[in-house]
Design a protein around this ligand. Structure first.
Ligand code: ADP
Ligand code: MG
Length: 247
């Protein structure tokens, strides 16, 4: 990698309003290639809006966002290509209820990436193995546990061969006993070198898997530091207050 290689995600002076509400306030951040950046912060601080802005599910009012050195396209084929490059996993698994797990995973590659059905199935089975649910391939989402559904959602995102994965509270809707299997899947991805931006309240994951931790509060990135700095010596009162409530 040369010094000129751009970060995978770069946001510069990004502002976003919902009416009078200033939800993203002059956000400057980067996710370097191959790194895991965890976003922490109280509810309503703008974490989901930031994720949605990065794959242009939300337009921004000012500033610039680049993915892999390219400004976000506004529409058309370029936008579809961006969405394919930026895998997204939400709190709600968002699988297609009337399709099998295998079909859920093959649909995007066949439609958007123009991969053959056979090749898509082969890749999908490899991905289902990677997330540990090959034996669920022919089932429908409702027949799986929450943890299995979320792992299927991760496999579905990976099937598009994304350059970066965004996770927005991927374990928040899960029963406690299923949280770890999803975090383990994510840790595996990180170890394989996937670039990831992860919004989570799982502090164990943040400590172990994150290269950097960003703390958001009230639309601002208040801290951007290593996990050990953040957890042992948070600088701001807002971060201290947040950690005091959750640890
Ligand atoms: P977080 O993910 O950190 O909980 P969000 O990004 O979801 O925060 O929300 C940030 C703020 O923007 C909150 O005050 C929320 O109520 C508001 N908000 C989010 N989405 C919308 C929307 N579509 N319309 C109006 N306000 C919104
Ligand atoms: Mg959110």
């Amino acid at each position: 990698m040369t010094a000129a290689t751009p970060p995978m995600i770069k946001a510069a002076a990004v502002n976003k309003f919902f009416g009078d509400l200033h939800v993203l306030k002059d956000i400057n951040m980067e996710v370097p290639r191959g790194q895991v950046v965890v976003v922490l912060g109280p509810s309503g601080s703008g974490k989901s809006t930031l994720c949605r802005a990065i794959n242009r599910l939300e337009p921004i009012d000012s500033g610039d966002i680049e993915v892999d050195g390219q400004p976000l396209p506004a529409e058309g084929k370029a936008l579809a290509a961006l969405r394919a490059d930026v895998g997204m996993v939400f709190q709600q698994f968002n699988l297609f209820a009337h399709k099998t797990i295998l079909d859920n995973v093959t649909l995007g590659p066949v439609k958007v990436r123009k991969v053959s059905g056979e090749e898509a199935r082969t890749t999908a089975m490899e991905l289902l193995e990677r997330v540990g649910i090959t034996n669920q391939a022919e089932k429908y989402p409702a027949q799986l546990s929450g943890g299995q559904q979320q792992r299927a959602a991760i496999a579905r995102a990976l099937a598009m061969q994304p350059k970066v994965m965004l996770f927005d509270e991927p374990t928040s809707a899960l029963d406690p006993e299923m949280v770890q299997e999803v975090l383990d899947t994510m840790t595996g991805l990180a170890k394989d070198g996937m670039t990831m931006l992860v919004v989570t309240h799982e502090m164990g994951f943040a400590r172990k898997a994150a290269h950097r931790v960003m703390f958001m509060s009230d639309g601002e990135i208040v801290e951007d530091s290593t996990p050990s700095e953040f957890f042992t010596a948070p600088k701001s009162d807002r971060a201290k207050d947040f950690l005091g409530k959750i640890l």
